[in-house]
Design a protein around this ligand. Sequence first.
Ligand SMILES: Nc1ncnc2c1ncn2[C@@H]1O[C@H](COP(=O)(O)OP(=O)(O)OP(=O)(O)O)[C@@H](O)[C@H]1O
Ligand SMILES: [Mg+2]
Length: 486
Amino acid sequence: MLCSPKMNSMQWKNISIRFQLSILYSLLLVTLLSLFSFGVFVNTKNFLINNTAVRLKAQAKPVIQQWLYLNREIKHEIDAGYLKEKAHLLAVDLTSRDTAALVLDKHGSILATGRQLKEEPVPVPPNRSYYEKSLSGNNDVSYTERNNGHLFLVVLIPLRKAPGSPAVLGVLQLSTSLSSIENILIRQKTILIAGIILVFIAGALLGLWITTTSLKELRIMASACNEISMGDFEKRIKIPKRNDEIGRLADAFNYMIGRIKDLFDAQSRFVVNAAHELRTPLTAIQGSLEVLMRGAQDDPQAISRLTQGMYREVTRLTRMCEQLLDLSRIKNSENARRERINIKKYLEDFAQYAGIIAEGRKLTVTGEPDLYISADPDSIKQVLFNLTDNAIQHTGREGIIIFDCKSSGDKVKISISDNGSGISSEDIPHIFEPFYRGDPSRSRRRGGTGLGLTIVKTIVEANSGKIEVISKPDEKTVFTITFPLS
Ligand SMILES: Nc1ncnc2c1ncn2[C@@H]1O[C@H](COP(=O)(O)OP(=O)(O)OP(=O)(O)O)[C@@H](O)[C@H]1O
Ligand SMILES: [Mg+2]
């Protein structure tokens, strides 16, 4: 039954890599070995046959010399009559138990056959197309022919008027059986075929063993993947340490699973924290509404206090929603608008604007002029605003906030420092996490959500930068942002 090529390739892909590799490996081995064996076989066959032809010619040469040309003057050439006269002697002398000799004249008629005894071989019938070649003077005519089921080698030697003369009077045909050579060749063929089959079987088994051992790790990886896909993110690929492609794949895979687990953990922490942050104002609003419904509507002072409280909570909820929307917008906007910004000038403009909300704190701008970065100006404004807002929140009215910019190799470092309360070393690793606040009740009182620095970090990274913080409690806090120089 014929299969379409598409079907065949589908079936091939369904076979495990282990079998595919060992089949391909064995087929390659067998093909190479067959080609090599064929070469060796043909070479041996040609060698044995050529050797026999050379032997026959070597045997014939002195006999021809003796019967046709010896005792005659070189100048005197022989003629057809002389050849006819000596043909019988020549043929008899060259016939033996394994060689049959025939002498043909220049018309192809048999002049003499040397066979006298029954055990001497019967000559192969002359083949016109070959003896005509020989009659035309060709010295190298030999061919193999099957006669009565046996293979014979036939050698044709032109009989010339004189040695080296172009005129040919007849042809001497010598034939000998190639049975013994044929037996040797059949034996060699059998050995080679058996060798090929053995190599195929051994190659397939060896290939299967090699691929099974080297692909064992891939099977372990596949089963680890299955367990991970069922939700077991603690699972890791455990294979003996190796430095090859499989070892590197396992390391990369384990690293990737670690990262995915971190992302999942961060995601679920985010959802839990967001739900918690939303619940707090909602619970406060619900409590105020319950008090109002229970009869506080007759107490104008209570109404005013409760509605003001509800207004504060709603404002906080609205701010949190806006910040969450900002976060998702920043994360999803792939190609943010980028402009070349003169950073010192930008900081000076910003400091002027921030002075309005700084409530007496001293804002200073220092640093190198004419440093440029490529970033989205609106986003950079939000970064500066969130950092300045924090600095204002954590310094007293006499606080000093310094904006600085300087180049460092192919980077620009922008820092915002304050001399406020500082951040404790326990808080520092967490301050960029969503909803994290060093002092939750204080931050919440003033409407903070703990998303400010998360937004800052997301924007900085979206603009190819990074942010670091150094802080000494009650002394200073320095946030440093590094951007590539534009
Ligand atoms: N300049 C600073 N000095 C001292 N502590 C700081 C400073 N900046 C940030 N922090 C600490 O890091 C925490 C996280 O800051 P972040 O800006 O993310 O949240 P927040 O200011 O509390 O609230 P939000 O910014 O949403 O109004 C703050 O609660 C505070 O504890
Ligand atoms: Mg903040």
